[in-house]
Structures are given as structure tokens and as C-alpha cells.
Write a protein of this length. Structure first.
Length: 289
């Protein structure tokens, strides 16, 4: 508890010294105890009041981040990710290196480093901190943009999906809701067509997937590249049984040379056994003995 510059504290200390010099030691000790107790209670009260004050500023910080990101991205147009995930990581690593270099001058006290220069100009700890935080926001936003929307309604069959497609694209005239003259598909044709649908793995762009099939896909990554593969856990089996089953354990050469990159994300490196092992959540639908 710092009392530098506290004139009232100085006065009370002088009074205690006077009591002690006058021979009334008990009075001096009693007064010192009162001062310490009052100062401690006052300090604790201030701490409780102020310790969560940072929550009042979260909105202004994030709003400023959004403004700056939108301004800069309108010029740079996603250039930060043109070298893939490795490039994005190294970009953040360089920012952290710069923060560490600056903060080391203040015995690694980041609060002191920021207080020393609160201008936010290039080269300051605050500027580097802001840059790193905004890069991290971009990375997470990128991964959310790659994610396939999850359908949360009741289960839908392929027949129902195709039926909806037929309803929208059925022949007819503009007067009856169709696009051109002709006859509408019958129920038998609607039900037969979906049996021919076969979904594929390894699709690079979501736009290459039929919109009605996107809810069946998930994203995996390999060396910073994203791949769309069928999420077999939520997809009718007749749409993916033609896709390969994979061994649940691979040595490094098999993983690197024999496994398609879209399946790399299904495995993790088992350090103790020095091999690639299929993740538990994928073993049932992708694995084979």
C-alpha cells in the first residue's frame, strides 16, 4: 500500500512519534493501529470497487478493433492469408516477438510497458498488442467462414430435399408458378432420382457443393489448406458408402505419401508410439480394421 505524497498519513505518523517521544507509548501504538486498520479497509474497498472496471471498456475496445479491421481489409483484401495457415501463424509470431522485445525493457511488466507509451503509435507496446489481437480475430473469423452451417431442424431425407428442388424447378407457365411449359414430375420420378446422388470428399470450395448438400459436409485442414469432406456421422450411409475406409493407425510415411490430404485432419500424432492415430470421434464411420 503506497502512501507516497499522502500528507494526512505523514501528519498521523508525526503524531505517533510525538506520543512516543512524550513517553505515552501505549497511545502511540493505539493510534498507529487505528491508522493501519483504517488504511487497510480503505484500500480493500477501493480494490473491490475497481478490480472489475476493465469490463466497462470491453465494448469500446472490440468496436475499435472492428472499425480498424474493416478499414484495413477494404485496402488489403485478405492479403494476410495468401500464404495459408503457416503464413498466418508466422505473422502472429512476429507480432509476439516484437511485444516480447518491448516488454523485456520493463522487466516483462506489460502494464508498465503500455503505461510508458499510451499513444498507440507504431513501435509501442500498445500498437503491437492491438495488431496481434486483430490478427487473431481475423484468423478465427476465417475459420468460421470456412465452417459448414449446421442444420438444426428435424432430420431431412434426400427424397425430401429433391422434392423441394422439383417444386422450385418444376415445368409449367409463369401463371401457375412454373418456369416454362411442360408437365410436372410425378412422385415416382421424384423418389428415384435421389438414389443416384453420391457425395464426394476433398472439395476445396464450398461453392462447388450443391447448396442442398452443404449441410452434410465438414471442413478438415492439411498444411493450412481447407478441404470439405462428407461428415459421415450425420449423412445417410447410401450417400457415402462408396468413399474409402481408412486404417486407424499409420506410420509417418503412410500418412505423408499414402493418405489423401483431405483426411489428414482425422488423425493426430501419438508421440509415445511414434505413429498417426485416427481420432476417436471418427473411428466408427471412417476407420477400418
Amino acid at each position: 500500500m503506497s502512501r507516497t505524497g499522502n500528507s494526512q498519513w505523514k501528519i498521523e505518523v508525526d503524531r505517533c512519534a510525538f506520543y512516543a517521544f512524550d513517553g505515552t507509548v501505549d497511545d502511540a501504538l493505539k493510534r498507529a493501529k487505528e491508522i493501519l486498520e483504517f488504511d487497510f479497509v480503505k484500500t480493500v474497498a477501493i480494490t473491490k470497487e475497481q478490480i472489475m472496471n476493465h469490463m466497462d471498456h470491453l465494448e469500446s475496445v472490440t468496436q475499435e478493433d472492428l472499425r480498424e479491421l474493416r478499414r484495413k481489409e477494404s485496402t488489403y483484401m485478405g492479403s494476410w492469408k495468401k500464404r495459408g495457415g503457416v503464413g498466418a501463424f508466422m505473422m502472429c509470431a512476429r507480432k509476439w516477438d516484437r511485444i516480447e522485445q518491448i516488454v523485456s525493457r520493463y522487466a516483462y511488466d506489460i502494464f508498465a510497458a503500455i503505461e510508458a507509451d499510451q499513444t498507440g503509435q507504431d513501435g509501442s507496446a500498445l500498437a503491437e498488442l492491438r495488431d496481434l489481437r486483430r490478427y487473431l480475430l481475423l484468423i478465427e473469423s476465417e475459420m468460421q467462414a470456412r465452417a459448414v452451417p449446421v442444420y438444426k431442424g428435424p432430420p431431412i431425407t434426400i427424397a425430401e430435399i429433391f422434392k423441394n428442388w422439383v417444386e422450385v424447378n418444376r415445368p409449367g407457365t409463369p401463371e401457375n408458378g412454373g418456369h416454362h411449359a411442360g408437365q410436372r414430375f410425378g412422385p415416382e420420378e421424384e423418389l428415384k432420382q435421389p438414389q443416384d446422388v453420391r457425395l464426394d470428399d476433398g472439395i476445396r470450395s464450398e461453392t462447388d457443393i450443391e447448396s442442398e448438400h452443404r449441410l452434410y459436409y465438414m471442413v478438415t485442414t492439411s498444411r493450412g489448406r481447407g478441404y470439405h469432406i462428407v461428415d459421415r456421422r450425420k449423412t445417410p450411409s447410401d450417400l457415402w458408402t462408396h468413399l474409402p475406409r481408412l486404417r486407424r493407425e499409420l506410420n509417418h510415411k503412410e500418412y505423408e505419401d499414402g493418405l489423401l490430404p483431405e483426411y489428414h485432419g482425422l488423425y493426430y500424432w501419438h508421440e509415445n508410439d511414434s505413429k498417426w492415430v485416427m481420432r476417436e470421434q471418427f473411428r466408427e464411420h471412417w476407420g477400418k480394421e
